[in-house]
Ligand binder design. Structure first.
Ligand code: NAI
Ligand code: MG
Length: 326
């Protein structure tokens, strides 16, 4: 193992949870880590939230581990997803034994379209009273997501996947999304079930076991995965992968958590689980499983950060994970 992993801590608790995840990667492999900068702090210094050098380094690396950026999040993460050519954001949301969860039976994966929808950046201020946003949906991006979903369902051993959309209102854009996704699934012989995204929000709260793999447009995937975080015990538990054809970038779902940043109490689980997804991506599935098992074991009966009702710090949890990896 000597792949190059770019490490971008970013702002706020990114500076606390990313080093935790790096120490776990160091414990299971022999990687070359390359530090890079992005976010509010580098913008204050240089005027640019995402220096070109960082973009280029990420584009050329084998994988990137990113923490979070604050106010500049959109200026950082959207171009970084582009740098790795990411067309899907994989967001697993599962409850862990021992963690107090609203819905302990939750075990879902969101496959979020990662390039377009309302996050395509076409916003305009037309007058003092009027701003508009252009929602972009292409058949090609929807099909690419669906092809990934079909493979993913197969690997996960799922029966098929749900497609969350709002094509009853956004007939043209979500209609195109829905049709393209369903067509690919039919061609691949994968079962799909449609669900309106607002109805999904209610149904998943009442009974998350109705769902397994959920394919969604960009904004819906962003919002619904945070909702699922609420079902499983909080944002400190959700990892994610921005997957491209060759390259990928891994990041916790959470942001910079300014309310707790600097206190050393951020839950490192989401970042460490993101590192496990990175290991999977690089082909080290056994190491990834070991890391997940260690995190699960600590969540079950080890030290906990305050978001999970404990009084341990980020370092205590990380040390416990490292010990269980031995
Ligand atoms: P947030 O995810 O930073 O925090 C929401 C709540 O969850 C807070 O109460 C926070 O303390 C808690 N939380 C989040 N992660 C945690 C962890 N690992 N351990 C313990 N508690 C945790 O979302 P918020 O407050 O909406 O955004 C804060 C900043 O982060 C904003 O400037 C936003 O732009 C940025 N952000 C950046 C993202 C990115 O870079 N990908 C993603 C989401 C938000
Ligand atoms: Mg989000």
């Amino acid at each position: 193992m000597s792949e190059e992993i770019v490490v971008i801590e970013g702002d706020g608790i990114g500076k606390e949870v990313v080093p935790a995840a790096v120490s776990v990667l160091e414990a299971v492999g022999d990687f070359r880590f390359v530090g890079a900068e992005a976010g509010d702090a580098v913008k204050d210094e240089t005027g640019e939230a995402l220096p070109q050098e960082t973009y280029d380094t990420v584009a050329e690396a084998d994988a990137t581990l990113f923490g979070a950026a604050g106010e500049t999040a959109a200026d950082v993460i959207l171009p970084l997803r582009e740098a790795v050519g990411s067309f899907v954001n994989v967001r697993p949301a599962r409850a862990y034994p021992g963690v107090d969860a609203v819905r302990p039976e939750t075990d879902l994966v969101f496959l979020r379209e990662n390039t377009e929808g309302v996050y395509s950046g076409h916003e305009d201020r037309l007058s003092d009273d009027l701003s508009t946003l252009t929602r972009v949906v292409t058949t090609s991006a929807s099909e690419r997501l669906a092809e990934f979903a079909c493979e993913y369902v197969d690997e996960r051993g799922a029966d098929g996947f749900h497609v969350a959309h709002k094509a009853n209102v956004m007939r043209e854009t979500d209609g195109r999304f829905r049709d393209a996704v369903v067509d690919v699934a039919e061609r691949e012989g994968v079962e799909t079930e449609e669900v309106l995204m607002d109805a999904f929000a209610t149904r998943v709260c009442l009974d998350p076991t109705q769902f397994d793999v959920v394919v969604c447009p960009n904004l819906a995937g962003d919002v619904l995965s945070d909702l699922a975080a609420g079902l499983v015990g909080g944002l400190g538990l959700l990892p994610s992968a921005n997957v491209g054809p060759d390259n990928a970038l891994f990041e916790p779902v959470h942001g910079t958590a300014p309310d707790i940043a600097g206190e050393g109490v951020a839950n490192p689980s989401a970042a460490i689980l993101s590192a496990a997804m990175l290991l999977d991506h690089l082909g080290y599935g056994d190491a990834a499983d070991d890391v997940r098992a260690a995190v699960e074991s600590v969540l079950a009966d080890g030290p906990r950060t305050p978001d999970l009702g404990g009084d341990a710090g980020t370092e205590d949890v990380t040390t416990a994970v490292l010990k269980r990896l031995d």
